[in-house]
Design a protein around this ligand. Sequence first.
Ligand SMILES: [Zn+2]
Length: 88
Amino acid sequence: MNQEERPVCPHCQQKMKKWYCPDVSTWGTEFQFVCFNDECPYFVRGWDHMMKTQNVTASYRHRYNPETKETGPLPVWSKDNFKKQIED
Ligand SMILES: [Zn+2]
């Protein structure tokens, strides 16, 4: 898969990154696309939202599963969470 085929995050219009799932059995796919832009409004907003609703310091990034075509949040506990699994 080349650069051009990467989906764009609907929240910040940045190309999403190919992310290798640490737990393949949970997700049912080897990799997913995740928006790792630290300025992404979805991610920036998430900290506040999680603190207010769950009282935890966490946020989430926009995630797209190419296997199931499903999108959803990827919960993160720090800015660098999961960045080791990015293939660039
Ligand atoms: Zn984004």
